[in-house]
Design a binder for this molecule. Structure first.
Ligand code: ADP
Ligand code: MG
Length: 313
């Protein structure tokens, strides 16, 4: 199978073809030298790229469907974390071999993740290499000045996270556990990200562990944070663990792709009233003026050695 046939069969997803939707900003998708985008009037382009390398970002024996899903999910999650609306992705993929079963599963997983927000694959590149890897670029739109950045946190803000933390890290340590789905199928929180537009002061998605990622907000915003350990949202599985072990996973475990944002208490109340019951959110602490991250347990300062994930270890 040559490269063109491969692209045609697995990546040119006609169900989401640009021409079907006159409102789409995608004028021309896969098939020409480059794609064409007509920006909606007065919108800012949000753009991000993430690479996944086999053995580094997912275990080599991960099923192809999950790899495809994850390649899309980690990028859509970054668009969510900006408070933006995703509309298109590009994918550069390096394949050790052309395995048609693998490609079919991979592309199904990829498009399944793109479908809920009607995100289109508009281009990319396909090459051969000894190691399987893929770089996905995601594009989104946001109103000028409305993107939710890392540098907007203010003292007095609540720190809020979505869903539960530490599940993906637990699954990595316990292959085949009931939390395997949380590792293989991270859910990009696009609806939440867009809803928080106009409410949250700062936001990011948690990919390297809450403590390290929240640290990026604190540094960029020149503030500190007080976190209350008993408020960390834990799945039923993590609640069964010794509490320090569960906190360690929730604070330092990577691959959660949940959103962490800061928001004024009054605005959070209004948000919860407006979106009653639509999102699972948990307040875990407050932004404070003095720098650094402090942990609290039952109103007492608590000391814990956090094992942060480092990329170049
Ligand atoms: P060129 O040689 O001009 O770069 P290619 O042969 O690489 O063109 O690609 C042909 C078309 O297929 C282009 O529109 C390109 O964007 C698209 N394409 C190639 N690989 C992929 C892929 N993995 N996913 C999506 N589109 C792809
Ligand atoms: Mg090319």
């Amino acid at each position: 199978m040559n490269e063109f046939a491969l692209i045609q069969q697995y990546f040119k997803h006609t169900a989401l073809a640009a021409s079907n939707d006159p409102a789409s900003s995608v004028v021309l998708g896969i098939g020409d030298d480059a794609a064409l985008i007509q920006p909606p009037a007065g919108q800012q382009l949000v753009i991000t790229s993430d690479t996944l390398v086999a053995g580094r970002h997912f275990p080599v024996d991960t099923v192809a469907h999950a790899i495809g899903w994850k390649a899309a999910a980690v990028n859509l999650s970054d668009i969510a974390a900006m408070g933006a609306r995703p509309f298109a992705v590009l994918m550069a993929i390096s394949l050790p071999e052309v395995d048609q079963d693998w490609l079919a599963q991979f592309s199904h997983g990829f498009f399944a993740c793109c479908a809920p927000e009607q995100v289109q694959l508009i281009g990319g590149d396909t090459t051969q290499s000894s190691v399987l890897s893929m770089t996905v670029t995601a594009l989104g739109w946001v109103e000028p000045g409305k993107a939710i950045r890392r540098d907007g946190a203010k003292p007095g803000d609540l720190i809020v996270v979505s869903n539960t933390l530490g599940d993906a890290a637990y699954a990595l340590q316990h292959p085949g556990s009931e939390l395997q789905e949380r590792l293989d199928y991270p859910q990009p929180r696009n609806l939440l990200g867009m809803a928080l537009n106009g409410y949250a002061h700062s936001m990011l998605d948690i990919s390297d562990g809450l403590a390290q990622d929240l640290g990026h907000i604190l540094t960029a915003s020149r503030v500190g944070a007080a976190l209350h350990l008993e408020q960390l949202p834990l799945s039923a599985t993590l609640q069964q663990l010794p509490r320090e072990q569960a906190w360690q996973l929730a604070l330092t475990g990577g691959d959660d792709y949940e959103l962490c944002f800061t928001i004024a208490p009054e605005r959070f109340k209004q948000f919860c009233q407006h979106y009653a019951g639509q999102f699972q959110l948990q307040v875990i602490g407050q932004i404070i003026a003095s720098p650094g991250l402090t942990l609290w347990y039952q109103q007492q300062p608590y000391t814990m050695n956090l094992q942060g994930y480092q990329h170049f270890d």
